[in-house]
Write a protein that binds this ligand. Sequence first.
Ligand SMILES: [Zn+2]
Length: 446
Amino acid sequence: MCSVDRILKKLVDNKVIDAQNEEVIREVAKKIAFLVEEYKIPEEEAYLAIVKGLRKNTSVTYTNVSELKEDTYANIKIKVIETIPCKGKVRQRTLAGDKTGKVFVVNLSEYVLQKDKCYELTNAAVTHDKERNRIAVLITKSTKVKEINEDIDVFSENFEGLVIDVVQAGFVPVCPKCKKTLKDLTCTKHGKQDSPVEKFIAKVIADNGTRTACIMLTEQTLEKAIKMTKTDLMAVDPTMQKDIIENRLLGKYIIAKGTIGNRIFFADEITVLDSSELREMTKRLIAEAAETTEAAEAAAVPENGERAPAVRVLSLELKKACEEKREQLESLPAAKIPLKGIEVSRVLLAGIVLEGRHTKNGKALIRLADYSGDIPVFADSLHALEPLDIAAVVGKPKVINGRAVVRAEKVFRIDKDTYDFLNTSAYIYAVQRGAEVVQAVEQKFR
Ligand SMILES: [Zn+2]
């Protein structure tokens, strides 16, 4: 091995340069040759000179997140979307991204990355996360981390769906130092906080029938979505605040634009569809269905422990599927109902209330009629529903005494246009799945 190669190897071994970057290798090799062969500089000095030269030389090239390749070293500029606390050797795991994509960053260094801040990572190792089968970036001892002042626009995505639950809404006390939600006014890192900051937020579950998303709305997005300012809501009795937000979001069809985190979708923008937009969507759905013969996207019972989506079904399709497998399904504690082509463990039905009454055990039975027929729904209460009200039910299908029923997890009012949209999409998916619902429903589309 000649001295040029020896120095190159040392530079690569010490992670001063990236072995994969041929351009840099060629450039550096030329410089080493110049030092050791022309100027007869001893190897050790030549090595140090190169290291110093490289450090001074700021012409670092950056790789886009979407172009990261495993088993390489890369320089990237990222914005931290979410930080996930860790135990043990890994100090921290964060989800970060740039305008081209997102990546998990595994932090093995002492440096602590913060949410919403932008960083320059020099010489970060790109590996393959076997467990989760995706690329990850490692911050090791030889990675240089620098907070930068530029704001990076992170790759944004859309999620369209019906708001089926409002998990959290209103004012939440956060730590004034790290902005993390406080539990009993105590921050896990900064201890008891006497004057917490009140953050105005809502966390909702939206569902599009094949996928479900937990969407976080922060101040401005929330104000726009509920058409009410933080100040106006602050003036309201605190016990009513959540109800007001829930009333304005639950059962609404939304389009969220933002960044999907580890488990949470951080919305930068929320559009609540109005009646005419919903009618447009219904029309488009019918037109598209007429053109395509492709089956609906099947994703009903996720295996990775994620929340099962609320598959939009018509009562007739659900009843037929349950009756066919009556005996088997009745013996199961939590049934996965095999519709044609997919198994479902959670469904969404939109219907008109035919009747509602209290049952002997203090619960409620609501009979709901949709485009194809009607189905009994067991709920914790009547939810102030009266006959002819329009409602949506999200729940678990079950077979009781040989008949299909739905045990409701959530019952909420919807408007006529949402009802039409949900029934139309349930019908189209049913037809695409090959379910026999055509005759019962066809007349609705004439
Ligand atoms: Zn704190």
